[in-house]
Write a protein that binds this ligand. Sequence first.
Ligand code: ABU
Length: 475
Amino acid sequence: MTSQQAEIAALFENAARLAAESLQEQSDPNQPVVNWIGPEDLTQALELELPAEGRGLGSVLEIARKTLHFSVRTGHPRFVNQLFGGSDPAAIVGEWITALSNTSMYTYEAAPVGTVVEVALIKRLCDLVGFPEGEGVFAPGGSISNLMSVLSARQRAFPHVKQHGLREGERPVMFASAESHYSIPRAGIVCGLGHDATISVPVDEVGRMRVDELERLIQEQKRVGRTPFYVAATAGTTVAGAFDPIGEIAAVARRHGLWLHIDGSYGGSALLSKKYSGLLAGSELADSMTWNPHKMMGIPLASSATLMREPGHLEAALAMNADYLLHEDSDPQWNLGDRSLQCGRRVDALKLWFAWQVHGDIGFERRVDGLFDQAQKFRQLLAERPGFRLIRDQEGPNVCFRYLPPDQRDAPAAEWPRLEHEATIRIRSQLAREGSFLINYASLDGAATFRLVASNPNTTDSDLTALLDAIEAKG
Ligand code: ABU
């Protein structure tokens, strides 16, 4: 072994030890969720200046330690802030192999393992959705998968657009619920249709799309001369965690010839659970679906599958036939480059494959059930406490709630949303700065609400109780 090889070997041995320590620390409830400091202090602490003379491999571990020290511990049982949390150890090793083999997913020749693994995983996910003939690819995130669905739908409805653009007077229009993710209207913007091309469909009291309103709005748009072509149902809305009624939306979509997409970025993983897969009943009727294993399944970001019920739509919308990559003497079935929005594309399949081998279907089912059950437990705890009230009472792993401090409970009821709004923003910011809990907030019906996300199977009942205690104490 040369001295350089020995130095590299020592670096990786130490890095592996650091990774194991970091995972242990992340799951320790006695550690803060974050060592919070402001951006100016952090800029100084990290010594961001780039050196003229390199510091050598010996500097890497210190940089890694510092990075981890100031990073949010998303695997901490009191990190309930985002739709993801933590990172699966087997999947982390998959990520290392991705970086180690450092290749790109456009051709089988360049990425033989990544290609066959991705094809197998996509087939598996498609089968779970109910797309037995389906195909797809991994994308850099749910927003890009959603964009790919809009591009495919536009291609089917307006096949001339790819070559010539929209014709004069052509006004395509799409539909998504008022609580769907912003990436749907933004996909309309990216496609050159404008923000106005996405019609916002009202939701019911728990945040599900109202199908009667969808029908009414489609007819209204047709009457004014616009052409409905796409509807997105959401399985697990970002804030409330609501599941739109896919079967009923599919019936409307079919009647009007619309492409039906399911944004299952968050809630797609419910399909792994016998207990909760009914929330996506009718998924097999959709044309496409987004599913992010980096959310409920605990895979490191980004792991986002773009799934199509029928083969060919992605290529029809996206193929550019770059002959310097996709040579005529190779088998196009195994060259995924023309199904993707990207040219260079990470091998995102390995981390999910590694983790699936370790946990199996049963392990993932247990994880998903555990997260749903944890949220249900939190709803029960909430109901027992005066001053707390649930917003959008539904069964997903998100719990939206408001808190009114005791000295404000005599205020007229009309004042409560404003007071709760102020309390939410103040309290959660205090919790975040002291590093005791990271819990997000969002606006629902015009006022801020706490949003707890059950994203970590290791969050215990006592963590949940401690959160309510901490909110009361700050209140
Ligand atoms: N892409 C939606 C994720 C938002 C969240 O984690 O809160």
